[in-house]
Ligand binder design. Structure first.
Ligand code: 5GP
Length: 130
């Protein structure tokens, strides 16, 4: 599978410093910043610094170091944003939209970390919590 990465996508431009972002944290291989149109009180985008289009591209071709760093960065974002589940509630959702059917707008891998309120069921048409 050949993945075609567009280096002019908006997140590549953020990584190059051509466009500002509201940074949450940065590591050797990853960057986390606030979504420009937040869907919940916490809405952070976590991206690898490498040129990966989507999650399967990253999972298949990134180095172990990049994958560990990306995963740990998501964990640190959850801690920093205070959304980790605990006895009082909390919790969050991670979403990574991929490709046409996943309705991905920006073709650079990103995981949305969304929380700070009860989010409802995952997909439209499924039953909510009672
Ligand atoms: P997708 O639909 O690709 O999963 O999500 C792309 C996300 O990127 C959207 O939630 C959108 O609000 C966000 N976004 C698009 N352009 C920018 C930008 O320039 N800066 C930031 N911080 N977020 C952006």
């Amino acid at each position: 599978m050949a993945y075609a990465y567009d280096p002019e996508n908006i997140f590549a431009r953020i990584l190059r410093g051509e466009i500002p972002c509201d940074k949450v944290l940065e590591s050797e291989h990853s960057l986390a910043f606030r979504d420009i149109a937040p869907q919940a009180p916490t809405h952070v985008l976590v991206i690898p610094k490498g040129p990966y289009v989507c999650f399967d591209h990253f999972a298949n071709e990134a180095s172990d170091a990049e994958i560990v760093d990306f995963t740990r960065t998501i964990g640190k974002v959850c801690a920093q944003e205070g959304v980790s589940p605990d006895a009082d509630g909390g919790g969050y959702r991670m979403i990574s939209n991929c490709g046409r059917d996943g309705v991905q707008d920006v073709p650079h891998l990103h995981v949305h970390v969304i929380g700070g309120k009860v989010l409802g069921r995952m997909l439209p048409g499924t039953k909510d919590h009672d």
